[in-house]
Design a protein around this ligand. Structure first.
Ligand SMILES: [Zn+2]
Length: 463
């Protein structure tokens, strides 16, 4: 199937005009430099020849994979050899309009026969049914149920949607970027119930949540409180916690955790409380008692990483002694580790990009862009709006990578920033707007009362 990608250049790339500068130097200093300049050209063209030679030669490129750092580490994943004045931010294609036709499953129809009638090959259908294993039973494919098929402008199959029941929908989607079929199950219309957890930490908070079968809360808790509490260092055994949160249920079956509504952690004599509040304009955030944001413009990390394998900025190649520039920070984490949006924003690029592998670019307020490289999988679509802390993808080693890691980049007004510094110096997110202050105080008061009620339960449970 065809797929065209038309990059839209947001900011014209403007590399340093090196020959021009060298030319000026040449004029000023005189012929003494001719020899050095000439030698420079010879060395750099030799490198280029060697690089293209290696790329074109299958034996050498296989050897090169084994000794990668020695030969192609001169450029970083976005092709930077030195700090650029401006970064080109490539935008993905504009989402196209799909044309949908509806259908009803007839007696004797199978998933196979319907997809085959749409022009999918037996091999493609086999690939799809393999993915369906454990997700969907072919027996739930029943006469009378509705389905729809979406095609693009050129009539290419793009999506099959089957409505298994009022609450369960199955999607088989052609991903134009990876050029493969993706199968997903959508569970809708679940009930939201408010639940709570409270207790005293005996080992650590993650274990505590695990023990209560609500481990899914840990990321949200960290995202809400991470600018005030260091979860590894500060939360000691004996710390008290209270969490009021939503749960998703489907026909009396627990599906997963929803939003945290309020939480309070008491470490020795210090209490940290956060309330979720959505103002009438739809702005959602976590705030302290006074209505100041618990969050910062950026999360303090895009991934739970074990170490930094390659920092941002210039580094000298260990073998050749050449300097090259690394536009991101490499954070080591196992394949499949969730990657979070560091701020609210929109997905403006999602796709494969040479040595960067599977990459996502988010655009944020205040002129910021962030980029996430080498992903194994995506969790968001092109064009989607994302909230701070949303999972956007998973760590991988796609593109040029010696092992699974996230190359994370921050760009402000077209200029690369030191990503760790940008996160660390992130300014506080907006507090509750003054015109919504009374509304916030009223809602906070109700949550406060619920938290206090948990206190009583905690006290009586201890007796
Ligand atoms: Zn990197």
């Amino acid at each position: 199937m065809r797929f065209s990608r038309q990059p839209i250049v947001v900011q014209r790339g403007q590399r340093k005009n090196k020959p021009h500068i060298l030319f000026k130097l040449f004029m000023v200093i005189g012929t003494g430099l001719i020899i050095g300049f000439g030698a420079n050209i010879i060395i750099s063209s030799e490198m280029n020849i060697r690089k293209s030679f290696v790329r074109d030669n299958p034996v050498l490129s296989a050897l090169d994979k084994l000794h990668r750092p020695a030969l192609i580490d001169y450029e970083d994943e976005q092709g930077f050899t030195e700090e650029p004045d401006f970064v080109e931010i490539e935008k993905g294609e504009i989402p196209e309009t799909l044309h949908t036709t509806e259908g009803t499953v007839q007696r004797g129809d199978s998933l196979y026969s319907i997809l085959a009638a749409q022009g999918l090959s037996p091999l493609e259908i086999h690939g799809i049914t393999t993915q369906l294993d454990g997700l969907f039973s072919t027996r739930s494919f029943r006469a009378g149920q509705k389905y729809s098929v979406a095609r693009d402008d050129e009539g290419n199959f793009r999506r099959f949607t089957y409505h298994q029941s009022r609450s369960i929908t199955l999607h088989v989607e052609w991903d134009v970027v990876s050029e493969e079929f993706h199968v997903s199950k959508e569970v809708q219309d679940y009930d939201t119930r408010t639940s709570n957890l409270t207790g005293i930490i005996t080992s650590n908070l993650a274990n505590e949540l695990q023990r209560n079968g609500r481990y899914g809360l840990i990321t949200q808790l960290e995202n809400v409180l991470s600018w005030r509490i260091d979860f590894n260092r500060d939360i000691q055994p004996g710390s008290q916690y209270r969490i009021i949160f939503e749960e998703k249920w489907l026909n009396d079956q627990y599906v997963g955790v929803g939003n945290i509504l309020a939480t309070e952690i008491t470490i020795r004599n210090n209490t940290y409380t956060a309330y979720r509040y959505q103002d009438p304009q739809g702005v959602v955030g976590y705030y302290d008692e006074k209505g100041d944001s618990m969050q910062r413009f950026f999360l303090n990390r895009p991934v739970n990483y074990s170490r930094v394998s390659s920092p941002y900025g210039y580094r000298v190649h260990p073998v050749y002694g050449t300097r090259h520039f690394h536009g991101g920070v490499d954070l080591v984490a196992p394949t499949g580790t969730p990657v979070y949006a560091v701020a609210d924003g929109q997905v403006i690029f999602r796709g494969r990009k040479g040595p960067a592998g599977n990459m996502i670019t988010l655009s944020h307020a205040n002129g910021y862009h962030t980029q996430y490289l080498h992903l194994s999988r995506y969790a968001v679509n092109y064009g989607s709006r994302v909230r701070q802390g949303d999972i956007i993808g998973y760590v991988g080693a796609t593109g040029v990578a010696t092992g699974p890691h996230l190359d994370f980049r921050v760009i402000r007004n077209g200029r690369l920033q030191d990503p760790m510094q940008a996160l660390a110096s992130s300014s506080a997110a907006q507090s509750v707007a003054s015109e919504h202050r009374n509304d916030f105080l009223a809602k906070r008061g109700m949550l406060r009362a619920q938290l206090d009620e948990l206190d009583i339960q905690l006290a009586s449970a201890e007796r």
